[in-house]
Design a protein. Structure first.
Length: 723
């Protein structure tokens, strides 16, 4: 009987381990496993009873008292059972050793981001000291009070992020479930947290009732709940009280830090009305539409009018103005937006230099001016003050990428997604960064997850990755699919115009209307149009760093180095004398080449050594970051050219073109490069590649254009193809 009991327990344990793996793969509900374990436990007494009351004989199972002791085969059966037990124990021990030692542990901080997003969960590695704060339900009779319930939840979330050792999912991911009928365990699984806070707010005049409840996600069990009826005199005191109560309730379940840090050391404003205006502004600005950003500007302005010492309102208003430019969510030119935003960011810094939002606003505004080194100082200070701020992580990663500090980009992007696993820009940017280092499978996993949040954005990002591989035709088709999903998508339309230009479909590119994206003139060789467009703009527009860069490029491309030189020198200084592979408010490698030619033509005393060194430095940064795109070969080719290695230059450039690089073939400042022995092979390879891609694309849209609802090729483009 003892042997049977031991065999039963060992076999049941091994069966449970196997079933757990199988059930996790099929995402079987937790109650199924619990039911099986209960039945297994209940079966043990019955197994022992049958072992005591019955015996296995050659004639079958018989009652124990009916068996002649001299005929019993119990010793033989027992010996066989011993072997079975030993065998099962060996298998169990082998499984235990494999699970604990052969398979590396995956703590939450090390779980691959792509794995997290592929499963849309961190279920098996989720830390107990993790929480998501869902948007509180507005129970007020006035639907306009939605901002207040959202604001209460957001401020509690912000307070909880100050607790050392407590992982708090960011606002954008947690609030993405607003208004959706999804159960708590599912929400927690998607966000990768162990606990969820939900609640409701009912506001009537100066009275407010806030109900909050803390739920353990795995069991869907309420750990704590409370209702607060308060006079709306000191809303910050209410937020502090609720936050402290939540952490206290979590104390027995996690190893969080000092809860005294929950209590705000400094009230952001003494005016309840100003704070409500601020909450309305926050409610609007996160929606990222033209109307909502315009509304946020009004609300933050109102908050400042009600409390001129409200630092957070100044910071948010500065950010709102930077989002109001005509290629984002508004109609302001950058000089106008800058003139409004810069004094506000400076005022926020003056009022509270220890506020993360003040540094974030200052960094954001200054970034668009260069970015000078101060950009990184402000963003890094903001991150030091608020290490889990997903928005700051996003901006800092973009700034590092634009300045050529590539090694820092992916780690920041991965940290962002651990905090904000459903971030639309976070998913898209990291997918692009993964593709740049050849991690295409992980990139596609992120894009598949992004598609559940923003299908159009995912298609546009896939278009970028196709371009990165030199597949121009497919790149354009993805941009068209993005427009089919979201016709009013300026960035997708901009990238469509740009991609058409890469394939030599210049008239089609111009027909889209690129007044707001004059950089495209560079890619279609219409340098005269670029110069004319900027010449007709206001002096303030002409003074914008990016426009000076474009104007300098255009003049250098046309061979007018006298006009190009001062423009490019100014931008070079503003960029912090660094270069990056993209010209996102920076100085790219073609700008370097143009400035080198301009300095040589002007016979300046400055020389070109620091510019050539910048190319080599950028090349080393790309290699250190593991980048594999054609930009690496482009840098190697130009570095070899300036070093006098003509053969090495041609070989590297040919490699870049074969990988899909679009190398401009009509820029005056590259004439000496075009004249290198053997460069004709590079030219022919480039033209052949463009011709292949153009014919592939026209074959898709000239005969049976499934994208006709958003774009049609010009008749002359198709006529040339059909001939």
């Amino acid at each position: 009987m003892v042997r049977v009991g031991i065999a039963y327990i060992v076999f049941a344990w091994l069966t449970a381990q196997v079933l757990q793996v199988v059930f996790e793969s099929f995402e079987t509900p937790a109650w199924v496993m619990k039911t099986i374990l209960t039945l297994m436990a209940a079966g043990l007494p019955f197994a022992l009873f049958f072992a005591w009351a019955f015996e296995l004989t050659p004639d079958g199972i018989r009652r124990e008292h009916e068996v002649d002791r001299s005929q019993s085969i119990t010793p033989q059966t027992g010996r066989k059972l011993d072997f079975v037990i030993i065998g099962v124990l060996v298998v169990a021990l082998g499984y235990f050793v494999y699970d604990k030692f052969a398979v590396p542990e995956s703590p939450d901080s090390e779980t691959p981001v792509a794995q997290i997003t592929e499963q849309a969960e961190i279920a098996r590695t989720v830390a107990k000291n993790s929480i998501a704060v869902l948007p509180f339900v507005n129970m007020s009779s006035d639907t306009e009070q939605e901002y207040f319930s959202d604001g209460i939840a957001e401020e509690i979330l912000n307070a909880l992020t100050k607790i050392p050792g407590l992982h708090v999912t960011s606002r954008s991911s947690a609030f993405s479930f607003k208004g959706k009928d999804i159960d708590i365990p599912t929400v927690a699984k998607k966000l990768g947290v162990a606990n969820v806070l939900e609640g409701s707010v009912r506001k009537s005049g100066m009275k407010v009732r806030i109900t909050a409840q803390l739920i353990e996600a795995e069991s869907d069990r309420h750990l704590w709940s409370e209702t607060y009826d308060r006079e709306l005199v000191d809303i910050f005191a209410i937020q502090d009280e609720i936050s402290a109560a939540i952490v206290t309730a979590l104390k027995e379940h996690l190893d969080a830090g000092d809860i005294s840090q929950v209590v705000s050391a400094k009230r952001p404003t003494t005016s309840t009305q100003a704070y409500e205006a601020y909450l309305r502004g926050r409610h609007l600005i996160v929606q990222r539409t033209q109307d909502s950003v315009a509304g946020a500007v009004e609300e933050f302005s109102d908050a400042i009018r009600l409390d001129p010492e409200f630092a957070q309102a100044y910071a948010e208003l500065a950010i709102a103005y930077t989002l109001s430019i005509n290629d984002q969510y508004g109609e302001l030119t950058w000089p106008v937006a800058q003139a409004k935003a810069l004094p506000l960011a400076r005022k926020a810094m003056e009022l509270d230099p220890m506020l993360a939002e003040s540094h974030a606003a200052a960094g954001m505004v200054i970034w668009n001016l260069g970015p000078p080194p101060e950009t990184f100082t402000h963003f890094e200070d903001a991150l030091r003050l608020d290490p889990n701020n997903a928005q700051i992580l996003l901006w800092l990663a973009l700034a590092y990428d634009s300045a050529g500090d590539y090694e820092k980009v992916i780690p920041l992007g991965e940290k962002l997604l651990r905090i904000d696993p459903l971030s639309i820009p976070g998913l898209g940017n990291l997918a692009a960064n993964y593709a740049q280092v050849g991690r295409y499978e992980e990139s596609e996993i992120l894009l598949s997850n992004l598609a559940t949040r923003s299908a159009a954005n995912a298609e546009k990002r896939r278009g970028y990755i196709k371009w990165l591989k030199g597949e121009y035709a497919d790149s354009v088709l993805f941009h068209l699919r993005a427009l089919q999903l979201e016709n009013n998508y300026p960035n997708a339309r901009r990238d469509l115009a740009w991609s058409l230009g890469l394939m030599g479909l210049n008239d089609d590119s111009l027909a889209i209307g690129i007044a707001d994206w004059i950089f495209i003139y560079l890619y279609i060789g219409r340098y005269d149009l670029l110069v004319n467009a900027l010449a007709q703009s206001s002096p303030a527009d002409q003074a914008v760093t990016e426009n000076q860069r474009l104007m300098g490029q255009a003049y250098a491309s046309m061979g007018d180095y006298e006009k190009a030189l001062p423009l490019l020198e100014t931008v070079w200084i503003d960029s912090g004398r660094t270069t990056g592979s993209s010209a996102l408010s920076g100085f790219d490698i073609y700008d370097i080449a143009a400035l080198i030619a301009a300095r040589k033509a002007g016979q300046t005393e400055t020389g070109t050594g620091n510019l050539v060194a910048a190319i080599s430095s950028d090349l080393e940064h790309q290699k250190a970051a593991g980048r594999v795109s054609f930009d690496l070969d482009l840098n190697e080719g130009l570095a070899a050219w300036y070093a006098g290695d003509q053969e090495g230059a041609v070989g590297a450039l040919l490699s870049a073109v074969n990988k899909g690089l679009y190398l401009p073939l009509d820029r005056d400042y590259l004439n000496d490069l075009y004249a290198l022995p053997g460069f004709e092979v590079v030219r022919e390879a480039q033209l052949a590649h463009i011709e292949r891609e153009r014919r592939t694309f026209l074959g898709e849209v000239c005969v049976n254009n499934v994208y006709a609802d958003v774009w049609q090729p010009l008749p002359e483009s198709c006529n040339g193809y059909l001939r």
